[in-house]
Design a protein around this ligand. Structure first.
Ligand code: S0N
Length: 293
């Protein structure tokens, strides 16, 4: 565990981390945890389609995210992908799986009653998750996959990564976070360029635009990401949850204020003052509050 002398950025490799598979019935993703590093790793696992997501993929990520959110051993969540460059082009996620894009207004792979844009629900879940989510991008992050890394709290990438939107070329668009959050990250002019021209950008360009936090040589990515995660997990999880809620609230309007207010209420419930209100009700007496203001 980190000590006073260590700053959390000690050298670390993916191989040196003990990962435990918590749930192995997932088909499209893997879900592992490292208790020592207080971290969960949710990874796309469809390399044959560059980790394009179908409804099943999104449902599985949602389930894994819920498990990680509710597990007190987990303080930081990684969203990554499992790549084998000897077989497939490396990717983080190439967006919605075009093989199951239906004419009925969304994606349909037999796991949904109706075609849906379920990835929008995942974006909301990521924003509302009180734990920090770190996207680990190794390769293509395109379309809906590009939006998922933007919605994550931190993005770390390998130097071979490629970023971009293709919607206007592929007959789709994301008029939610995919547009508005992008503009907050990189500015209005740049966001219009990304969407209107559908150009691809390399890791250096993405870093210079403010799309990602850092990029590393490919072989160092997972180890360097583990350093960042360990460094985050040295800090107060409640303070981080409140900072995340505050940073989101500015953009998320009423829903964002509700999220931040919820954190305040949760903490107030732990106070003697709040508990006195409950106790007085249950004991059928007038409450005797003591103010801390
Ligand atoms: C990434 C690209 C440029 C890589 O090119 P490369 O290296 O030449 O590889 P390929 O041979 O093209 O790919 C390898 C195999 O992977 C398959 N594949 C790749 N991407 C997809 C995909 N998105 N869906 C299905 N299959 C995919 C290839 O077909 C190939 O298979 P084989 O070997 O069998 O031929 C290149 O792959 C590329 O351009 N891919 C498409 C990327 C893209 O346009 N993605 C955006 C898709 N749309 C969204 O993400 C929308 C998201 C969404 O759900 C949404 C959200 C909010 C609001 C609206 C929407 C909405 O859907 O409209």
């Amino acid at each position: 565990p980190p000590t006073k002398e260590r700053d959390g950025f000690e050298s670390i490799s993916r191989e040196s981390i003990v990962w435990t598979t918590e749930v192995d019935e997932f088909q499209d993703i893997t879900y592992e945890i490292s208790v020592e590093n207080k971290c969960a790793r949710i990874a796309f696992n469809r390399p044959e389609v560059l980790h394009a997501f179908r409804p099943r993929t999104i449902r599985e990520i949602q389930h894994a995210l819920e498990l990680a959110s509710e597990d007190p051993r987990i303080w930081v969540i990684m969203l990554a992908s499992n790549n084998d460059p000897s077989k497939f082009t490396p990717a983080f996620c190439s967006g919605g799986d075009q093989n199951v894009r239906s004419n009925g207004g969304g994606y349909q792979d037999g796991t949904e009653r109706q075609p849906k844009l379920r990835v929008l629900d995942l974006q909301m879940q990521m924003r509302r998750c009180p734990k920090p989510i770190v996207a680990i991008v190794d390769g293509y992050a395109i379309g809906g996959g590009h939006i998922l890394h933007m919605v994550a709290d931190i993005t770390l990438a390998s130097d071979i990564s490629v970023f971009g939107q293709t919607g206007p070329r592929m007959g789709s668009f994301d008029a939610g976070y995919g547009s508005t959050h992008m503009a907050r990250l990189i500015g209005q002019k740049r966001a219009r360029e990304v969407w209107f021209l559908c150009k691809f950008y390399d890791a250096k360009q993405a870093y210079e635009m403010g799309l990602i936090n850092a990029y590393f040589p490919k072989e160092e990515l997972e180890g360097r990401a583990a350093q960042w995660v360990r460094r985050i997990a040295m800090n107060s999880p409640t303070a981080i949850a409140c900072c995340k809620a505050a940073l989101n609230a500015d953009e998320d309007g009423g829903a964002g204020i509700m999220q931040m207010g919820g954190e305040m209420t949760r903490m107030f419930y732990m106070s003697r003052e709040s508990q006195e209100g409950r106790d007085a009700f249950l004991e059928k007496r007038a409450p005797k509050f003591r103010s801390n203001l």
